[in-house]
Design a protein around this ligand. Structure first.
Ligand code: SF4
Length: 352
């Protein structure tokens, strides 16, 4: 079997940062309760690891005892959630990805100017709920081409679309093209809202999937970007499966496959990918090729709210850095297991 590993895959800078926030708090608080509003990132294993370490996840601020510490997830929250937290005198640590915050800022800015905002995304996704909450009277969510017919637009000259950060680029383009047809004067966001990590992982799958018999995407079913990777692989004509971990791999998934592409959503930990690689090599033999499509260098520091909190505990935040080394950790893993691999440099740009 030819096992192709898509680079980049897995954790993005925002997910690293959000997970690191909770890990740092666990270290600092030494047993004090930690609450997280919504899943810190959409991955079962990440959430279960934190639950096992004593972290409590809530979907309603009313479930958090007054004066507690609450972390907002990477997906961001609406002002109503922030107000509810303030009302319970909670100490809030904001792990919202800066690229989500950017979309919030755009929504606030255009709503203040009196513009209407068409927010392309999935109604029930946490990120859309948070962004829409910034200006609910000015924002309408567009989740399909069909939903455009029911939009209420007062002045087409004061209209802008924004998007969820983790959409399929193809799906978003289809909806945006339809919006431009319906409202020729609609404005585009000042900069691309679909984030670098989503874009790079999708492009890697689009390049690599056609030459493979099967695509395995490691990620959870509530992870938007993992679902999109699976759909994109299928759109290239290659059978694709979304699996949470190696335990969900079945022999039937890779039956008769001569080449298998492995990738992972932006919230899927690399150790899950490593376990999958090991199982595939043990059961089927073959060669591993790491195909580099993009080299990423985006990193986010600790959020300001966490740094401020650390200082209240006499901890210097400067000494605490986030380390991103997924790809290097997999190379070490393969070396440790005596599994040879080659690297194929297909880098098309240094995007992100
Ligand atoms: S997928 Fe993009 S927007 Fe979401 S956390 Fe990662 S970098 Fe941020």
């Amino acid at each position: 079997m030819r096992l192709i590993l898509a680079n980049p895959r897995g954790f993005c800078a925002g997910v690293y940062m959000a997970i690191d926030v909770v890990d740092q708090l666990l270290d600092i608080l030494e047993g004090e309760p930690i609450y997280v509003y919504h899943e810190i990132v959409h991955n079962l294993h990440v959430v279960n690891r934190f639950k096992n370490l004593g972290v409590t996840f809530v979907e309603d601020i009313a479930d958090v005892p007054e004066n507690s510490i609450i972390v907002f997830s990477a997906h961001g929250v609406s002002p109503a959630v922030r107000e509810a937290a303030a009302g319970r005198n909670l100490t809030t640590i904001d792990a919202t990805c800066p690229l989500v915050t950017k979309v919030h800022a755009e929504a606030i800015r255009y709503a203040k100017r009196g513009w209407q905002i068409l927010l392309v995304g999935h109604h029930d996704h946490q990120e859309i709920i948070g962004t829409r909450g910034e200006a609910p009277d000015s924002i309408q969510v567009v989740d399909s081409v069909d939903s455009i017919a029911s939009l209420n637009v007062d002045d087409p000259a004061k209209l802008i679309y924004l998007t969820q950060t983790t959409l399929s680029m193809d799906d978003a383009s289809t909806i945006i093209d339809a919006l431009k047809k319906e409202f020729p004067g609609i404005n585009s966001p000042p900069s691309e809202d679909i984030c670098y990590a989503t874009t790079n992982r999708q492009r890697a799958v689009r390049v690599l999937a056609p030459e493979c018999d099967v695509v395995l995407v490691v990620g959870s079913r509530n992870s938007s970007n993992s679902l999109r990777l699976t759909e994109i692989a299928e759109a290239t004509g290659t059978t694709a499966f979304l699996i949470d971990d190696v335990e969900e791999l079945s022999a039937a998934m890779v039956k008769n496959a001569e080449s298998v592409l492995v990738t992972a959503g932006a919230s899927a930990p690399e150790d899950l990918v490593q376990s999958l690689i090991l199982r595939l090599i043990q059961d089927h033999g073959g060669v591993i090729e790491q195909h580099d499509i993009f080299h990423e260098s985006v990193e986010f520091g600790l959020p300001g709210t966490l740094k401020k909190f650390m200082r209240t505990r006499d901890i210097d935040p400067e000494g605490r850095r986030i380390t991103m080394d997924d790809m290097a950790s997999t190379n070490r893993f393969l070396d440790d297991h005596g599994i040879p691999y080659s690297v194929v440099d297909l880098t098309v740009s240094a995007a992100g």
